[in-house]
Design a protein around this ligand. Structure first.
Ligand code: IPE
Ligand code: IPE
Ligand code: MG
Length: 255
């Protein structure tokens, strides 16, 4: 069943949605095409989902576009993806600006080819004044890379005497993550029928609601996104408490 926006409670939207955009390669292979054909079509879905998020007022959207482990794919696929990324970023900046969308990036930029870094930097600079949806691209990103990096930086600051080991708590650790400026995602969606996290935001997803769909990423459209949001809105998020405790709080709030 496809959902439309009018079934969604706009007062109960997740602030931050994170998506593992998976299934491009299989989508193409099922059509007798090269894997890159799937990646090209995946860009259509990105456009549609970004628009869908902006339309209903989502504040943060993180898209897992390329993992640290994806560098080990065949050379022509990696090169094709990097070119596609740079070309798409250049093409889409005017639309991002028109819709007041700010680009952000998390990941190891040192691994990217120079032309991709340049295109990325341009899109960051040109959208930096926008105040609507924050689009966060996870590129050359993995959670273990991020956590190791955070630990290294904390180690340096301890050795410089900027912080004491006893100062280290969840709030401080959060400031050393690549996502320090963003709230944790409340909803994580993975397309293509895989039920795993694949090194994505392991720390930040601690209490996210997880939503898995068999739809391949190139077929994923805003109606599918709204279905996921509706599913999210029907869940009881307990954060370790009992259902009764949560329902009491809700009653107090609604009185
Ligand atoms: C997701 O689709 C895009 C990237 C990882 C870059 P895949 O390329 O993983 O597609 P499948 O999972 O092989 O079908
Ligand atoms: C995760 O998908 C990374 C992205 C979608 C960018 P993968 O296709 O690389 O993950 P695995 O290998 O199936 O776990
Ligand atoms: Mg995959």
């Amino acid at each position: 069943m496809q959902q439309s926006t009018n079934e969604i409670n706009l007062d109960k939207l997740p602030q931050h949605i994170a998506i593992i955009m998976d299934g491009n390669g299989r989508w193409a292979e099922e059509k007798g095409q090269e894997r890159l054909y799937g990646h090209y079509h995946g860009v259509e879905s990105v456009r549609n989902i970004v628009e869908g998020c902006a339309e209903i007022g989502i504040k943060y959207l993180t898209l897992y576009a390329f993992s640290t482990e994806n560098w080990d794919r065949p050379r022509n696929e990696v090169d094709g993806l990097m070119t596609l990324l740079a070309d798409t970023l250049r093409k889409e900046v005017p639309t991002l600006n028109k819709n007041n969308i700010r680009m952000n990036v998390i990941g190891d930029m040192e691994m990217l080819p120079e032309y991709a870094v340049n295109a990325l930097q341009e899109s960051l600079d040109l959208t930096s004044q926008n105040t609507g949806l924050n689009l966060i691209m996870a590129l050359s990103y993995s959670s273990r890379w991020e956590l190791v990096n955070a630990v290294k930086k904390i180690g340096v600051d301890v050795s410089l005497g900027k912080i004491e080991p006893n100062d280290i708590n969840q709030e401080l650790l959060q400031t050393y993550l690549t996502t320090s400026k963003f709230p944790d995602p409340e909803l994580m969606i993975r397309t293509s029928g895989e039920y795993r996290i694949s090194n994505f935001l392991l720390y930040q997803l601690a209490y996210a609601e997880l939503y898995f769909t068999n739809t391949r990423w190139p077929d994923f459209r805003k109606e599918n996104l709204y279905e996921a949001i509706l599913d999210f809105q029907n869940r009881e998020r307990r954060f370790g408490k009992t259902g009764n405790q949560i329902q009491q709080v809700e009653t107090v709030i609604s009185v």
